[in-house]
Design a protein around this ligand. Structure first.
Ligand code: ATP
Length: 724
């Protein structure tokens, strides 16, 4: 299967267009301009100008006309800025997909997919166009976006799959049949237009504006009646009342709020945090707990084998490797063959853990391609986070070689023998103890440890229980995975910012603890634990729990201890949901990171779901924020911007409301004390003050993102009132 050629692709793009859904309502500048006329302010000013004109107040007329244009222009510029910030955001999050073209696998922007393209899809991918399945392994697709049905559908060869739906397990190849608006989702035009929900702050501000407007109307009506009764000229009273109502109604507030949020989202995007929904930009400021994945978020996920234990000896891996050791020889073979990664011109394609094993082989001049010719792979039992191991079966010299690698405790359970002093022996209790000792020693030094084992079989059938049984233990490898830059500092900052951090990992508790210590997440916690239940106390007394321990607790028990836990080790992605639920029940505002399909429920449940840019489409779909650089430090930076947004909103709202009401009370007071004819502010003054001395400074406060200090304050309480 070689797929389409470049020329065919170009022709088809011309014929069918790009693979994208036409947005129903594209916002043009004309629309934004027309929108300005929906502002009552504009109409009040218009009325005032007409009145001035007919009375013959030429100067007033021109001033008001000037202000009218000014306010339309200001509104237009601000809204235009907000819209273009949102547009550039959309461009940053362009989805990609894998296709075969000209016989080569390529990653292309999904909008460039054309009918006839050969798609390669696997667990976690979002399907870019309607297509027909031509090869499938355990393929299951979540079609809820089309059907509302949340149980995944099995798909086999010949079945149709649809754009916008998600591959939740297995993999497939498929030929694209329809793209863009011709797809099913295009037809029912359930366009992926973002739902324009109002954020809590927007709701709060809208209701504030409503209440203040009613108050303004009551006061200005009173001034109008009082002015007329006191015998002043109708023109002055009318103009003053109109100008005051323009001043008192905080019309511009919701607009400035939207601009602040949109601009804040743009700032976050520039810092590599793509916020998908406005509400998230706001909630970020309130985050009190971050649950972060270890590998890839806190650490670089660039593994490097530094230690090997085999045949009773420990090796430090420097440049050259001595292949005379029989155990070492065998161990390297397993590393390279029981492996799905590839090494192309020194670049790893695939899982970094497996990549590290290939590089180890490379150092000993063992090439996977060459070795596989001699040891043809006939079967694979896949690695999953649940199984924590992987096995491949190879045919060699009329025999079958079973090669396994995985978490030490998992592999040891499947081993009956071991290689020691170049011989295969039955494994004793003491041997197991010794292996575990070395395992813990590696883990204590923050190495990720994998165990390797093998056996030979005369015949091979696919009885999995028989295959991964009675294996021969060969050795351990210890891989270093350095913390990412800035993560330690970011965690330090979290402490000052009143934000708790917990690390979640599938790795073993000792490695997890060692890394958490390096990062400052874990500091030999000897917390004052107020837990009476001795069983629970025993589990959480060191601040670390494992997935099994978590399973042994009821929801109530877990909630009792969740405050004291800093590290979750040997955790399954599914367990993240329980962690989020417990933390939320305890009143935390939780941010949770994730990248895989199984992380999706927890990402949805969290107050802020954060997907990794390198993660699956399913995780990205379920999250509120996508981290372009997969870095924990970026989350903290985004939280800082979230807090600035909130602070700015509070500042300009207070400023707005206080200046508005200053004017009103000044007029009211002088009305009572000296009468309508001697008002300290004339209508045009009031209008000028409003436009020049209120709207502009308020907008400037909203867009001031240079305030570093906010991170040292407490997280924002979402129940806080805007006007305290
Ligand atoms: P994190 O959750 O931080 O990403 P993790 O990568 O260790 O941590 P998993 O990928 O769920 O989490 O892996 C769990 C365990 O399975 C690992 O600690 C390791 O012992 C083992 N393991 C990981 N990758 C492989 C692999 N490719 N083949 C065999 N075993 C593996």
């Amino acid at each position: 299967m070689i797929g389409l050629s470049n020329i065919e692709v170009e022709e088809r793009i011309k014929k069918y267009g790009y693979n994208e859904l036409k947005e129903k309502k594209k916002v043009t500048w004309v629309k934004i301009l027309l929108r300005q006329f929906s502002n009552i302010l504009v109409w009040i000013l218009f009325a005032a100008s007409v009145i001035s004109f007919f009375i013959g107040e030429v100067l007033n007329f021109w001033v008001i006309i000037f202000l009218l244009f000014f306010i339309i222009f200001l509104g237009f510029i601000q809204e235009y800025k907000a819209e273009s910030a949102m547009e550039s955001l959309k461009k940053i999050v362009q989805p990609t997909t894998r296709v075969i073209r000209d016989g080569k696998v390529r990653k292309i922007p999904s909008r460039e997919v054309v009918p006839g393209d050969l798609l390669i899809l696997e667990m976690g991918d979002k399907i870019p166009a309607d297509a027909e399945v031509i090869e499938a392994i355990n393929l299951k697709v979540d079609e809820s976006i089309l059907t509302g049905e949340s149980i995944p559908t099995n798909k086999n060869v010949g079945d149709e799959i649809f754009a916008g739906t998600l591959v939740v397990s297995g993999k497939c190849k498929a030929i694209v049949t329809k793209t863009g608006m011709n797809t099913k989702i295009g037809q029912i035009s359930k366009a992926i237009e973002s739902i324009k929900e109002k954020t809590p702050l927007q709701q709060k501000i809208n209701s504030l504006v409503k209440r203040l407007s009613i108050l303004a109307i009551i006061i200005t009506t009173f001034i109008f009646i009082f002015g007329l009764l006191s015998g002043s000229s109708l023109y002055i009273v009318l103009m003053t009342t109109l100008a005051l109502s323009v001043g008192a109604i905080p019309e511009a507030l919701p607009l400035i709020l939207t601009i602040t949020l949109a601009y804040g989202m743009y700032q976050m995007a520039k810092n590599n945090a793509i916020v998908k929904r406005m509400i998230a930009a706001e909630t970020l400021g309130s985050v009190t707990f971050i649950c972060a994945d270890k590998t890839g978020t806190l650490t670089k996920n660039q593994m490097q084998v530094e230690k090997i234990y085999t045949n009773g000896r420990i090796y430090d891996i420097n440049a050259k490797i001595n292949l005379r050791d029989k155990g070492l020889n065998l161990l390297l073979k397993i590393c390279v063959l029981c492996n799905n990664a590839e090494l192309k011109s020194d670049k790893i394609i695939g899982d970094p853990t497996e990549g590290a094993l290939l590089i180890l082989g490379h150092k000993a001049n063992i090439s996977k391609d060459k070795l596989e010719k001699d040891y043809k792979r006939v079967y694979e039992i896949m690695f999953t986070s649940e199984r924590k191991m992987m096995t491949t079966i190879h045919k060699h010299a009329e025999k079958y070689l079973i090669l396994s690698k995985g978490a030490t405790e998992v592999i040891l359970k499947r081993c009956k023998y071991l290689i020691k002093e170049d011989k295969i022996k039955e494994m004793s209790e003491d041997d197991i103890k010794q292996i575990l000792q070395i395992n813990n020693k590696f883990a204590n030094d923050a190495y990720r440890v994998l165990a390797l084992a093998y056996k030979e079989m005369e015949n091979f059938d696919k009885n999995l229980n028989e295959i991964e049984k009675d294996l021969i233990f060969v050795g351990l490898v210890g891989m270093a995975d350095a913390p990412k830059e800035n993560v330690r500092e970011a965690i330090e900052l979290c402490k000052k910012a009143g934000i708790r951090v917990a690390m979640i990992t599938g790795d073993n508790p000792i490695t997890a603890k060692a890394i958490a210590k390096r990062l400052g997440i874990y500091e030999n916690q000897k917390v004052d634990i107020e837990i009476k239940n001795p069983k629970l106390l025993e589990i959480v007394k060191d601040g670390i729990i494992t997935g099994d321990e978590l399973n042994s607790m009821s929801d109530e028990e877990f909630e009792e201890v969740v405050d004291y836990i800093y590290v979750y080790a040997r955790t399954l992605p599914e367990q993240k949901l329980r962690i989020v639920k417990a933390l939320k029940n305890k009143g935390y505002i939780v941010a949770m990171t994730g990248d895989g399909v199984n992380d999706a429920p927890a990402l949805k449940k969290a107050d802020i779901g954060i997907a990794m840019g390198s993660g699956s489409d399913v995780a990205k779909e379920a999250s509120d924020i996508i981290l372009q650089d997969d870095n924990f430090a970026t989350i903290v930076e985004a939280i800082k911007i979230g807090r600035i947004i909130y602070d700015n909103i509070k500042c300009f709202t207070t400023y707005f409301v206080s200046t508005n009401y200053c004017e009103i009370f000044l007029i009211l007071l002088s009305l009572f004390l000296i009468g309508v004819d001697y008002l300290p502010l004339l209508a045009t003054h009031i209008l000028l003050i409003n436009m020049v001395a209120e709207d502009l400074p308020a907008a400037t406060i909203g867009l001031d993102f240079s305030r570093e200090d906010v991170i040292y304050k407490k997280p924002i309480n979402p129940k806080d009132k805007i006007l305290g």
